[in-house]
Ligand binder design. Structure first.
Ligand SMILES: O=C([C@H](O)CO)[C@H](O)[C@H](O)COP(=O)(O)O
Length: 207
């Protein structure tokens, strides 16, 4: 299972600093949606230039104009981009078309999709490299939230998937047991007192 750090910070400087601290422990560096909205596509280029050996994931959360948005992110240096599972099939197909042209990939983010299992299969048929079983920051803040629903959906869908939703050192083993291809970790790394140590411990918890 790969480890993906999600950088939900707001400046390129802070993103580069965090990426520099944790890169040796992670496979994928995600530029979070708030970061890309704050800094623009240039943050993708800056991080890819600093870490050319890492998979750079641009969390665009595209809802429309799939081919256009994916194309500009791939040109900026992204290896993977996200399209929302709630988008029209043509939006996902458009992003996949751009990915094929650049020899890159599309991840379909199933945030706020009610039937994640069905949409995961559809996304895969449309050409997604993998789907993201995702509970966003707002959903995580609701009382009673836990990861189990995401893990069950991943197990049932039988397509390549990542899990994002407040994954931490105490839950990453369960993510792996559910068969995830990628564990996405944001806050548990970037909010840690020592992000490098947090990333190292997460990496060590993957068997
Ligand atoms: O995608 C994310 C969210 O929508 C804000 O951009 C997060 O990066 C993702 O949820 C992972 O972060 P944590 O949930 O803090 O681990």
């Amino acid at each position: 299972m790969k480890l993906q750090v999600a950088i939900d910070l707001l400046t390129t400087e802070a993103a580069l600093e965090l990426a520099g601290k944790v890169a040796e422990y992670v496979d994928i560096i995600e530029l979070g949606t708030p970061l890309i909205k704050s800094e623009g596509l240039s943050v993708i280029t800056a991080v890819k230039n600093a870490h050319p050996d890492k998979i750079v994931f641009a969390d665009l959360k595209t809802m429309d104009a799939g081919e256009l948005e994916a194309d500009i992110a791939f040109k900026a240096g992204a290896d993977l981009v996200t399209v929302l599972g709630t988008a029209d099939d043509s939006t996902i197909a458009g992003a996949v078309k751009a990915a094929k042209a650049h020899n890159k990939g599309v991840v379909v983010d199933l945030i706020s999709v009610e039937d994640k299992v069905t949409r995961a299969k559809e996304a895969r048929t449309l050409g997604a490299k993998f789907v993201e079983m995702h509970a966003g920051l707002d959903e995580q803040a609701k009382p009673g939230f836990d990861l189990n629903g995401l893990l069950a959906a991943g197990e049932e869908a039988r397509v390549p998937f990542s899990v994002a939703g407040g994954v931490k050192v105490s839950t990453i083993a369960a993510v792996q047991r559910a068969g995830a291809d990628v564990a996405v970790v944001g806050g548990a790394i970037y909010s840690a007192a020592d992000p490098a140590l947090a990333a190292k411990e997460l990496r060590a918890a993957i068997v």
